[in-house]
Every structure is written in structure tokens, then in C-alpha cells.
Design a protein around this ligand. Structure first.
Ligand code: A2R
Length: 313
């Protein structure tokens, strides 16, 4: 039985990935969290790990000896990265290098998937859409720049030390359990609060004209599971749906799932200092490497995310 280690599993993606690996891929799953975080995943062994401490990483790798390592740990919010660039750089660059360097010191070569972001492409031009992995990178925010850096350093480690590192540029992923600091989860939570009278019938929104490529988190983790087994070391793969939707269109779809009359107002605090007008993935490379295509419709994801918040507010 193959052993998988998920680093940074207490966030949005970790539990979904653990379930995919144990239930659908038949792997033994180990998952890490920060000491202060709560995490229980049935069938997975949980370990405490801070990736800023390389000795902790080395000790864990020798204890677990994973065949596959998924690196999810990050400061993953664009808006928090504007407010706290130093911390974001420490976790997303220094932390990732600690992990790569600890893996380099092992006596064997596990297959590793490092998760980056579609934000790495930055200001995508009309003619570059849908965007391919080899496109010029123009990161437009601090978070994106840290993920570009992770990707470049991983390429160097792969070549210099003949390591089996694969890189992903994940476009927006959505679904039940996502933090409401992310746009779709925020919209669904606001609608659920309005429905039970916890909030006045006004939605506060940011830039509705931005176009983003959204994929259900369950499809995303299936792509990760396939890529770690079939991906080519040193290569970067887009993971997205292949279609960008205007945020306004998604908001309207969410509003149509509610019977309440809801007004929409722009909140200047939700507008980011620099926003990228369109981000859409070309997923040909991923599809050719693994056969993956998304299965879950946008409508289904929105319905389930709204129902998730309805059960909680
Ligand atoms: O920031 P927290 O307290 O939510 O903890 C996050 C954790 N994390 C760390 N783990 C180990 N050592 C650290 N120094 C450290 N700093 C933060 O990584 C959180 O529990 C986890 C990442 O989960 P999320 O932020 O929810 O990311 P998500 O949505 O699961 O995405 C996974 C990956 C990330 O690399 C994203 O940047 C990328 O996919 O899109």
C-alpha cells in the first residue's frame, strides 16, 4: 500500500484530498496540521508540523517515509498577503524551501506535488486566454509572487538534485467548508444569513467584473491524486475547469437559488489594490498526462455550498 503525506491538511483542501487518497486511491494517509489547529480525518494519521522548522520536517519524513508528498501548507489568502507580506513570504517561500531541502536529504526519492496558483500568471492578456503553462508570468500581488518563487525553486531542485517534484497552478477552487474570506463562500454565507434574518437583505460585494476559473474542490483533489502518480518531474500543470465565469454571473446564479429579495452593494473594502481582469486555464497538459476532466457542475457546487452555510448560520 502506497503511503501519502499531506503537508498543511487543516485548511480547505486537506480533508478532501485525504478522503480522495484513502477512499478512491487506496493509500495510507498521513496529514499534518499546525500545533494550534484542530484536525480529525477518519482513516488518516495526524501529525503536528510547522514548515518553518526544517528539523521537524526531517524528523517527520524519517518517521513516515512517504511515497507521495502533497505540499498544501501556505498562507493562501491574497488579501492577507497584502496586509502581511513578510509572513506570507516566510511561509510560502522559506517554508517550501525547507520542505524541498528536507526531501533532498532523504535516502530515496518520493514523488512530490507542490501546489501553486493560477494567480501566478497575473495580468493575462486577452490573446493569452485560456492560459498555457509556458506563458509569461506577471504576478500582480504578493501571494502570486511567492507561488512563482516556489515554482522556480522547485524547478531548480528537480534539475540540480534529480528530484521527483511536480508543480501545480491551481485556479480558484470552491465547495462546502471553504472559509468565507473567499468570494463564493462569502456570497453563499451572506445569502444564508439573510434568509434566516441574521442580516439585512443587502449583499456586500467586491469587483463583480473579474472573470475567474472555478473548479469544485473534489475535482481538484482528484487531479492532484492523478498528477502525483502520472505527472512528469520538473513539469508544471494547470488545474482548473478551463472556463472563466464573471463573478457577477456567479452571484446571480447564487441569488437565483434563494427565494429572498436581495439587494447588491459594492463594499470598497472588498476591492483589492490590484485586480487581474481575467484568469482562465488551458487544461490540455493535465488532461493529456492524466485523462482528468472536471465532473461536478458549477450549479451543483454553488447549491451545495449554499446548503452548507444554510445548515450553519
Ligand atoms: O494559516 P492557517 O493557520 O489556516 O494554517 C494553514 C497551514 N499553514 C501551515 N502549515 C504548516 N506550517 C506553516 N508554517 C503554516 N502556515 C500555514 O496550511 C492551513 O491550515 C494550511 C493551508 O490551508 P488553506 O490556507 O486553507 O489552503 P487551501 O485552500 O487548503 O489550499 C491548499 C494549497 C495552498 O498552497 C494554496 O495556496 C493553494 O492550494 O491554492
Amino acid at each position: 500500500m502506497k503511503k501519502a503525506l499531506i503537508v498543511g491538511a487543516a485548511g480547505f483542501v486537506g480533508s478532501y484530498l485525504a478522503r480522495e487518497l484513502s477512499d478512491n486511491q487506496g493509500m495510507e494517509v498521513h496529514a499534518t496540521k499546525l500545533a494550534h489547529e484542530q484536525l480529525e480525518i477518519s482513516g488518516a494519521k495526524i501529525h503536528d508540523l510547522n514548515i518553518l522548522n526544517k528539523d521537524e520536517i526531517i524528523a517527520l519524513l524519517y518517521e513516515v517515509r512517504p511515497d507521495y508528498i502533497f505540499h498544501l501548507a501556505a498562507q493562501s489568502s491574497v488579501s492577507i498577503a497584502w496586509k502581511n507580506p513578510g509572513l506570507t513570504i516566510d511561509i510560502n517561500i522559506k517554508g517550501s524551501v525547507n520542505l524541498m531541502d528536507a526531501i533532498r536529504e532523504l535516502f530515496y526519492k518520493p514523488r512530490v506535488l507542490l501546489i501553486g496558483s493560477g494567480e501566478e500568471y497575473g495580468h493575462i492578456r486577452e490573446e493569452e486566454t485560456p492560459i498555457k503553462e509556458g506563458n509569461y508570468l506577471r504576478p500582480g500581488n504578493i501571494y502570486a509572487a511567492t507561488k512563482v518563487c516556489q515554482n522556480m525553486i522547485a524547478g531548480i531542485y528537480t534539475q540540480a538534485y534529480d528530484m521527483k517534484l511536480m508543480m501545480v497552478r491551481a485556479f480558484n477552487h470552491i465547495g462546502p467548508c471553504q472559509s468565507p474570506i473567499f468570494v463564493i463562500s462569502d456570497f453563499c454565507k451572506q445569502v444564508a444569513e439573510i434568509e434566516v434574518g441574521k442580516k439585512s437583505p443587502t449583499m456586500y460585494v467586491g469587483n463583480l467584473a473579474a472573470k475567474r476559473d472555478f473548479t469544485d474542490v473534489r475535482d481538484v483533489v482528484r487531479a492532484y491524486a492523478l498528477l502525483i502518480q502520472k505527472g512528469k518531474p520538473g513539469e508544471t500543470y494547470n488545474v482548473g475547469s478551463g472556463h472563466a465565469h464573471e463573478i457577477r454571473e456567479i452571484l446571480n446564479l447564487i441569488l437565483s437559488l434563494s427565494s429572498k429579495e436581495i439587494r447588491v452593494e459594492v463594499d470598497p473594502n472588498k476591492i483589492r489594490p490590484v485586480d487581474v481582469p481575467i484568469i482562465e486555464a488551458d487544461i490540455t497538459k493535465l488532461n493529456e498526462a492524466t485523462g482528468w476532466m472536471p465532473n461536478i457542475s458549477l450549479r451543483q457546487t454553488l447549491q451545495e455550498t449554499l446548503d452548507y452555510w444554510r445548515a450553519r448560520v
